[in-house]
Design a protein around this ligand. Structure first.
Ligand code: SF4
Ligand code: SF4
Length: 247
C-alpha cells in the first residue's frame, strides 16, 4: 500500500510548523551557495516525491516542475528512482510561499530516526549536509511544535505507506553504520524538547543528552571557518557573520 494524494493533503495540513520561528536559517547557509538556501536548489539535492504527493502538489500549486537532468549525475538520479517516485525542481525558490512545500521541504534536514528495535525515537539528520546546512550545527533551534508535527506526520505516513517505513528503517540503519565507522555521536531531537544521543560502539543504545552535547560542525564552527567556507564557494564573506542568526 502506498500513500495517495488525499493522504498527502492531510499531511500537508498536519505539518505546517517551521523549524524555528526565531531564525531564518536560509540566511545562514545561502552565502555558501550563491545566495540561495542550500535545500532549495537542485544542485545539492534533487527533491524526490512519491507520485501520490506529486498528484497532490499539482492540485494546489504551480511551484514545481519535473526535474530535467542537465548532466550525467542528474540522469543517474532519475534512472535510479523507485517506480513510485519522481524527481522535481522548485520554480519559486528562494521566495517560498510555504504552502507549496513538500513533506521533504518541511522536514529538511531531518528524517525520522528508528532505533535497532524499530522504535521511532525522534529526528536525526541527513549527514551529507553537515558541511552546508546551518541547522545541523544548531539543532537546538528545532522548536517542539516542529518536532511534534513532523513526528506525528511521519507516524501517519508510515500507517499508509509500508515502503516509506522501510526506507526510514534503512536510513537509520545506514546512519548507525556510517557514524559507528567514523566514531561519531548520533544526535536525536525528540518530542517535548528532549534530546538523546547514540555513542559510537554502543550497539545503537539511545541515552539522554543535552543540546550542548551537539557541537557546531564545519563552516559553522567559528567565524574564521564560516568566512573561509563562503570564500571557497566563490562568495564574499564581507558582511556575513555567524551572529546574523540572532542566536
Ligand atoms: S534547513 Fe539547512 S540547508 Fe535548508 S535553508 Fe535551513 S540551514 Fe539552509
Ligand atoms: S517549496 Fe519552498 S522550501 Fe521547498 S524548495 Fe521551493 S522555495 Fe525551497
Amino acid at each position: 500500500m502506498v500513500a495517495k494524494a488525499k493522504h498527502y493533503a492531510k499531511m500537508h495540513s498536519m505539518f505546517e510548523a517551521s523549524i524555528s520561528t526565531r531564525v531564518d536559517c536560509g540566511k545562514m547557509c545561502a552565502p555558501l551557495n550563491g545566495g540561495m538556501p542550500v535545500c532549495c536548489t537542485a544542485d545539492h539535492a534533487v527533491p524526490v516525491v512519491t507520485k501520490g504527493e506529486w498528484r497532490q502538489l499539482k492540485k494546489t500549486t504551480e511551484a514545481w516542475k519535473k526535474f530535467k537532468p542537465r548532466d550525467k549525475a542528474g540522469r543517474e538520479i532519475v534512472d535510479e528512482l523507485h517506480d513510485d517516485c519522481l524527481a522535481i525542481e522548485c520554480k519559486i525558490a528562494p521566495m517560498c510561499d510555504r504552502v507549496s512545500r513538500t513533506i521533504a521541504c518541511r522536514s529538511f534536514p531531518f528524517f525520522p530516526y528508528f532505533t535497532k528495535d524499530e522504535e521511532l525515537v525522534g529526528l536525526s539528520y541527513y549527514w551529507i549536509f553537515e558541511d552546508r546546512c546551518w541547522v545541523i550545527s544548531n539543532l537546538q533551534v528545532a522548536e517542539p511544535a516542529f518536532v511534534d508535527q513532523m513526528i506525528t506526520t511521519y507516524e501517519y505516513l508510515f500507517k499508509k505507506d509500508e515502503e516509506e517505513y522501510e526506507a526510514f528503517l534503512d536510513q537509520s540503519k545506514s546512519m548507525r553504520r556510517v557514524f559507528s565507522k567514523k566514531n561519531k555521536v548520533i544526535p536525536i531531537v525528540a518530542r517535548d524538547g528532549k534530546y538523546f544521543k547514540i555513542l559510537p560502539k554502543t550497539k545503537g543504545e539511545v541515552i539522554p543528552a543535552e543540546a550542548s552535547d551537539f557541537l557546531a560542525l564545519g563552516p559553522y564552527k567559528s567565524e574564521k571557518a564560516y568566512a573561509k567556507a563562503i570564500k571557497d564557494e566563490g562568495g564574499d564573506p564581507e558582511g556575513h557573520s555567524l551572529a546574523d542568526s540572532g542566536l
